[in-house]
Ligand binder design. Structure first.
Ligand code: T1G
Length: 684
């Protein structure tokens, strides 16, 4: 709630709605009540709005969105109007975060004082919305259109420090924002009305329209798929109007976005990510403390994991079995930090502090220093088992032992130790210091305490952890394999790689499956397929196009040809007659009469394959929650966030059509195809 106390004629109204002062109806009503009381109290000369050191306010309470409470007076705009029209000066004291409606509340104040470490932003675009309480109208008037657009279009918070010269804040302090705000309120009271208001500044129409038209032309393909980006520009164009007209236009645009699939999907994703970070009730336990992480294997993955741990403030011991490999790994880490400093993304002293916490060794005995050991060596079971045998011999009792395997059996790896209860999978995605997703793989003997430690470390690394059972492919690769297999079926059925890729990027994927395969290299899948050939059921439909490409040395971009040709080693891919011949021969061998598939059908078949596999994963208990699958696909596989994920997408479809389409896909796949029961997946 909002409590108020009077200090030397200045009423300090403190927003107190843990954990982040999200402004639901109760808090909004309390703020208005406290404002009215301060306004009526003759002893009050000025007013300060403050929050906690964690949050001034995280904005509107989006759990109220789509419910009557969201539109129950006082709505947020009413609160802001009461602040802006208050006959006594109102100053915001910003510490922690001021996001969305939280920043909009501060913008409606007559002045703003920020604590240097505070983070402010208008992240509405990440929720498929635009600011709905004046942000698109007040912010450009305070910091200029271009700076305001940059903040809103990125949706990313900035530190107050980064905005100190923007004109957003009247004061910036290292500490004591409330006292500084009280002093400023007293100053404004002494000077008397009218008090400064963002709304009283006008913007010239011509430069506003020129800027907006320029930005509209720059919207990229994926932004054009998201209605909020165009709506934001429409709202900014309205900032050239008289303030109240612009405010009205913003409101219309905001309300039109609220019910969109994209807005619902993005809110769903926000909450799904928080849910996935929590272990199921029966597995909850206290995590072990982790201060030192040993990473075994200084290759691309190992050095990426080491960087992620260094960035999180942990001590890192990088261990290799080969001196030159260790040197290369250290250079990879050093080059990373040099690049960040050169690009101005990291102060040199911070980079130096990170690197100071890195040590490297060939001495296995030093593993005894680690609280967590992460193995990131070659993806081969016997190699990993040998490494875990040595880890077991040197790691201290109670250390958590993690394998970064992307699909091998975690139990078979754990069996190489005398402490399988301490073994867990931590499947990072490359580059490990960039990709947010970590699959936390639970072995048969993994204890809840070890799982809790893995989830806690993932949070420290600012990752998005998702618990998964120890089944082949875990969650992400299992789903991705089903998706790619369906896309290979479509090649045989009648389309070319570029038609599949274009249809899926047209849906919003960052890249299509064949472009991804060429980028990552076809030989990875080829090696896996050859290892499974002996046990593959000959009755099952198997598409050997990839095998044939690899047999011709077409391993993807790195060999200048894969599903596409890359003439002159260029990045741009071109379709290739050789590939088409291979595909046509494959169709002929299957007796398939090729037919063109429209993009919508390509998209639907690919998505249905994901949905079916998601349902199987939930039914098998590999995924603890249906929404966990969506977090994995969005965070690790380029699934468009504004579509929510395959499960969210399925929940928007007609159930009967889903079932009949899945039946058709299962029949086309032939022997071995399993059509899942979507029931458990589709109930929210
Ligand atoms: N509404 C409701 N609940 C919220 C919330 C919000 N705005 N923000 C956070 N929570 C919940 C969250 O679900 C979790 O709940 C708990 O608080 C702790 O969050 C009108 C329309 C503030 C940086 O987009 O970015 O204003 O899981 O785990 O890591 O124009 O929360 O514990 O039950 O994330 O310390 C715009 C979203 C809203 C900010 C804190 N605001 N929040 O991070 O904790 S729309 C946002 C965040 C709007 C106006 C528009 C982060 C955080 P539970 P957490 P954290």
């Amino acid at each position: 709630m909002a409590a108020s106390d009077l200090q030397d004629g200045i009423a300090v109204i403190t927003l107190d709605q843990p954990p982040v002062n999200s402004m639901g109806h109760a808090l909004r009503a309390r703020i208005v009540q406290q404002l009215d009381a301060a306004q009526a109290d003759p002893a009050v000369r000025g007013i300060v709005l403050a929050g906690s050191d964690k949050a001034f306010s995280a904005g509107a309470d989006f759990t109220e969105f789509g419910t009557p409470r969201q539109l129950q007076e006082p709505i947020l705009r009413t609160v802001l109007e009461r602040v802006e029209t208050c006959p006594k000066p109102v100053v915001a004291a910003i510490d922690g975060v001021a996001l969305g409606g939280g920043l909009e509340l501060a913008l409606a104040c007559h002045a703003r004082v920020a604590q240097a470490g505070a983070r402010v932003g208008l992240p509405e675009i990440t929720l498929g919305l635009i600011p709905g309480s004046g942000g698109t109208q007040r912010l450009p008037r305070l910091i200029g259109l271009a700076a305001a657009h940059a903040l809103m279009a990125s949706g990313q918070p900035r530190t107050a420090q980064q905005l100190q010269d923007s004109g957003l804040f009247d004061r910036m302090v290292d500490d004591g924002a409330v006292a500084a705000a009280a002093a400023l309120a007293a100053q404004l009271a002494k000077a008397g009305p009218p008090f400064p208001r963002a709304r009283d500044r006008m913007l010239d129409a011509a430069p506003v329209h020129a800027f907006v038209d320029g930005q509209r032309a720059r919207l990229d393909a994926r932004q054009k798929l998201q209605p909020a980006h165009a709506a934001l520009l429409d709202a900014l164009a309205a900032s050239a109007l008289p303030f109240d007209h612009g405010l009205q236009r913003e409101r219309e645009l905001f309300l039109a976005l609220l019910p969109t699939t994209a807005a619902r999907a993005l809110r769903y994703q926000f909450q799904a990510e928080r849910a996935s970070a929590k272990l199921p009730a029966e597995l909850q336990a206290a995590p072990r403390a982790v201060r030192c992480v040993a990473v075994i294997g200084a290759g691309t993955m190992g050095s990426g994991i080491a960087i992620a741990a260094l960035d999180a403030g942990l001590r890192v011991l990088l261990l290799e079995q080969d001196g030159s490999a260790l040197e290369r790994g250290l250079e990879r880490v050093a080059a990373h930090y040099r690049g960040r400093v050169t690009a101005g993304k990291l102060p040199a002293k911070v980079a130096a502090a990170h690197e100071a916490r890195l040590s490297a060794t060939l001495d296995w005995a030093r593993l005894a220093e680690a609280d967590l050991v992460i193995e990131a060596v070659f993806e081969d079971l016997s190699v990993k088992q040998a490494v875990f045998g040595r880890i077991d011999a040197h790691a201290r009792p109670g250390a958590v032992l993690a394998t970064n395997t992307s699909y091998l059996d975690v139990d078979a790896i754990a069996a190489a130790t005398a402490r399988p209860q301490d073994v867990v999978g931590l499947h990072f995605f490359s580059p490990a210091n960039v990709m947010k997703l970590v699959e936390v793989v639970r072995g048969a003997r993994t204890t809840p305490e070890v799982l809790a430690t893995a989830m806690a470390v993932a949070a420290v690394l600012e990752k998005r952890p998702v618990l998964t059972g120890n089944a082949f492919g875990f969650i992400g690769n299992r789903i991705y394999n089903a998706y790619r297999r369906q896309c290979e079926f479509m090649l045989e059925d009648g389309v070319w790689p570029e038609q599949v890729d274009d249809a899926l990027t047209g849906f919003g994927f960052a890249m299509g499956p064949f472009a991804v395969a060429d980028l990552s290299g076809l030989d990875i899948a080829w090696r896996m397929r050859k290892s499974q050939a002996a046990t593959r059921d000959p009755r099952e439909r198997y598409v050997d196009i990839l095998d044939q490409l690899c047999e011709q040395g077409r391993l993807g971009r790195k060999t200048g040809a894969g599903y596409y040709a890359y003439p002159g080693g260029k990045q741009t891919r071109t379709s290739d007659a050789t590939v088409r011949e291979i595909i046509e021969r494959a169709s002929a061998r299957c007796g398939i009469v090729r037919r063109a598939l429209p993009p919508a059908e390509i998209q639907r078949r690919a998505l249905l394959a994901m949905v079916n596999e998601a349902a199987l994963l939930v039914a098998e208990g590999v995924a603890a929650r249906a929404s966990d699958v969506d977090v994995v696909l969005v965070q690790g596989y380029g699934f468009p966030r504004w579509e929510g994920g395959p499960v969210f997408w399925a929940r928007q479809q007609d159930r009967a059509e889903l079932d009949s389409d899945l039946q058709r896909l299962a029949e086309a796949a032939g022997h071995g195809a399993v059509r899942a029961d979507l029931g458990p997946l589709l109930c929210d």
